[in-house]
Design a protein around this ligand. Structure first.
Ligand code: DCP
Length: 663
């Protein structure tokens, strides 16, 4: 249900940029001979000429629509050029489009906070840039206004009837020296967006359309009003006129059940129809939050922030298997899941390498029909688990998720085998976090990999329901207490979280220096490790007095334990991999068993083990994700750099997408 957010300020300047017939433009850039021709991009499946997914404006003039198939489009427009979407692994490969979108984002982000909201849509918060412009080069002080800005549509100011005078009217509005400050800021926004759109065109050859308003909702509505290659501004005074006759079902979040209820239960067909209902009345009918949200949007009030996100929130790979193509047995599901997971894994790897981001949640979605009833499309339960990196692991986990979902799906129909059909499959990776550069990366890695702190209800096989659960998100410094560790010589210092979980100390700490590596690991978490080399040969840490671990003593007494063999570190890191769904329950059980004896423990009981850097087997480091390998090697490289913490690497948006096609 939508939730109302108070409007931060009514003088924000927000733009929504939407690329025009995006996939077509990308194909036309690749094949310039298609420019200006009626063109459409069709799906991989070529049945009846393939389903259209993007249609050029020239083709739209002939009546070609996205809902058509290629054959149908040819009937209404015989000269239409149909381009098939690129294909990889037997399915559409969208990397070219993603990469093109990222080029655009990197240009738009030059002037303000930028939120990539889809493959071809972006929100920009231009408030600061507009305020700067108003102070330094206010539009009324400009001698010339760029043509693209003069071509803008300004709601309530320009209309089709204006004809030849339209640019003059826009100029007057843009340069009005006694205008309301909010309108002056909006005018600056219009100039900035016109300039950005020109830069996009020059640098990428793509046209886009834009809406400029005081909030995201109005900007989005406006960007769709005049396409292609145009921009529309919404001054405050025009909000009422814009919304009055706007179809309620076309409003964001009102296309579904809520919008239908407004129509059937309250007779509301346009946003203006909502005005007759008080906030209290709407709250009574739809609850406090939704009621307030409805009351607000009816008046053009929307406090949503532009999020400042240049990279996607999640990665997904999916494919549909309509009609006779439905997958009807496990081997065929396995085959396609392997393909989808391979693609997902490549994108995750690329995201890690280029953007230092890791995803922590794997979700499987499917569409299915019930046994022997291909007409019924019941809901196949989505399933999630902690994401393990590596194609094989993702494939294995996805298949297990599928089987759990299938069992549940079949149970609900009281049929346990045969006759089912899968008409859509997708895997997605979410809960993506950036690994902060430098000292915190290992911390974040462990936070993300810490399976035991999840208090979510494990299902059979250790899987969890896909519902968001705060304790699964480990995002958190809120959920953990960082234990600062200062290192000898202060060459490097890390804060690694201590997780208090159900009263049990599963804390992890790690510290490293150029002369040695120290890991302080909660007793429980180490119990399966092959612990060796407990001897503290390092300079004493100034701020802690490590206790002697029982196992330390054991090791001292037991010369058969190989000195210096670093498998203990390996095991330590392997712990991070214990979120394997198959290991999870096992580990949870073990933890449970030990829980009793450890319940009395506290964080003070954590133990410290020391390792000499030069005794660490390099193969252990090879077990780490590439990002961390480099970082740990940096720590271990004695005195090469006074500051062993890696500097932040700039996030390259374009590189994120460009690298997804790995050889
Ligand atoms: N797309 C898709 N399948 C859909 C809808 C869209 O694959 N059902 C792809 C192709 C589009 C791109 O996403 O080019 C962006 O979708 P838009 O809805 O923004 O539509 P276009 O950019 O094609 O056209 P418009 O100029 O109307 O925005």
């Amino acid at each position: 249900m939508p939730v109302a957010k108070p409007e931060a300020s009514d003088s924000r300047v927000i733009a929504h940029i939407d690329m025009d017939c995006f996939y077509v433009q990308v194909e036309q850039r690749k094949h310039p001979q298609l420019r200006g021709l009626p063109t459409a991009v069709v799906q991989y499946n070529s049945w009846k000429g393939g389903g259209l997914i993007a249609v050029s404006y020239e083709a739209r003039n002939y009546g070609v629509k996205r809902s058509m198939r290629g054959d149908e489009a040819k009937e209404v427009c015989p000269e239409i050029q149909l381009v098939q979407v690129p294909v990889a692994r037997g399915k559409a490969d969208l990397n070219t489009y993603r990469e093109a979108g990222s080029q655009v984002v990197s240009i738009l982000a030059r002037r303000g906070r930028c939120e990539r909201s889809s493959i071809d849509e972006v929100y920009l918060d231009l408030t600061d840039a507009a305020e700067r412009m108003l102070t330094e080069t206010s539009p009324h002080s400009l001698e010339t206004i760029i043509e693209e800005a003069l071509k803008s549509h300004v709601l309530g100011i320009t209309s089709r009837e204006d004809g030849i005078d339209v640019k003059e009217k826009v100029r007057e509005w843009l340069c009005k020296s006694d205008a309301d400050r909010r309108d002056k800021l909006l005018a600056c926004g219009v100039l900035i967006v016109a300039d950005l759109r020109m830069q996009v065109l020059q640098e990428t050859q793509f046209t886009c359309s834009a809406g400029i308003a005081h909030n995201k909702m109005l900007a989005k509505l406006a960007s769709a009003m005049n396409k292609p290659a145009q921009q529309t501004a919404v001054p405050f005074s025009s909000v009422k006129g814009l919304l009055e006759s706007f179809p309620i079902k076309k409003m964001k979040q009102l296309g579904g059940k809520l919008g239908s209820s407004l129509q059937t239960d309250l007779g509301v067909n346009t946003v203006g129809d909502l005005w007759q209902f008080s906030e209290g009345k709407l709250q009574e009918r739809y609850g406090i939050n939704t009621g307030t949200w409805l009351w607000n949007i009816a008046r053009g009030i929307n406090g949503e922030e532009v999020e400042g996100r240049l990279l996607p929130k999640s990665h997904g790979s999916g494919k549909t298997f309509p009609g006779p193509r439905a997958l009807k047995n496990l081997p065929s599901v396995q085959h396609w899941l392997n393909e989808l997971c391979e693609e997902l894994s490549e994108r995750l790897q690329s995201d890690l390498e280029h953007n230092r981001r890791i995803a922590r949640n794997l979700t499987l979605h499917a569409h299915a029909y019930k046994p022997n009833d291909s007409d019924s499309h019941d809901k196949f339960p989505s399933k999630s688990c902690a994401l393990r990196y590596g194609t094989l692991k993702i494939q294995e986990d996805a298949m297990n998720l599928f089987q759990v979902g299938l069992r549940e799906f079949l149970d609900s129909s009281k049929v346990t085998q045969g006759g089912w059909g899968i008409t859509g499959l997708s895997v997605s990776a979410s809960k993506i976090i950036a690994i902060p550069s430098g000292t915190c990366s290992i911390k974040k890695y462990f936070q993300g990999q810490q399976p035991i702190c999840s208090s979510s209800k494990p299902l059979e096989d250790g899987y969890i329901e896909t519902t968001e659960h705060p304790s699964l998100s480990f995002s958190g410094d809120e959920d953990s207490t960082s234990v600062p560790i200062e290192l000898p010589g202060q060459e490097a210092s890390m804060q690694v979280p201590y997780f208090p979980c159900n009263g049990v100390d599963f804390g992890q700490e790690a510290a490293a220096s150029t002369s040695g590596l120290t890991f302080c690991v909660g007793r429980e978490s180490c119990s399966e490790s092959n612990l060796v080399e407990p001897e503290s040969t390092l300079p004493e840490e100034p701020r802690r007095e490590p206790k002697t671990h029982a196992l330390d003593q054991q090791v001292r007494k037991n010369p058969s334990v190989e000195k210096g063999k670093s498998s203990s570190i390996l095991d330590f890191f392997r712990r991070a991999d214990t979120n394997s769904p198959l290991q999870k329950q096992d580990q949870a059980d073990k933890m449970q068993g030990r829980h009793q004896s450890h319940r009395r423990g506290s964080s003070q009981e954590r133990e410290t083990w020391h390792y000499k850097a030069d005794e660490i087997d390099p193969s252990v480091i090879n077990e780490l994700p590439p990002e961390f390998q480099e970082e740990v090697r940096d720590w271990l490289r004695p005195l090469k750099r006074p500051n062993v913490v890696k500097g932040g690497s700039g996030v390259s948006i374009a590189s994120f997408f460009s690298s997804t096609n790995k050889p």
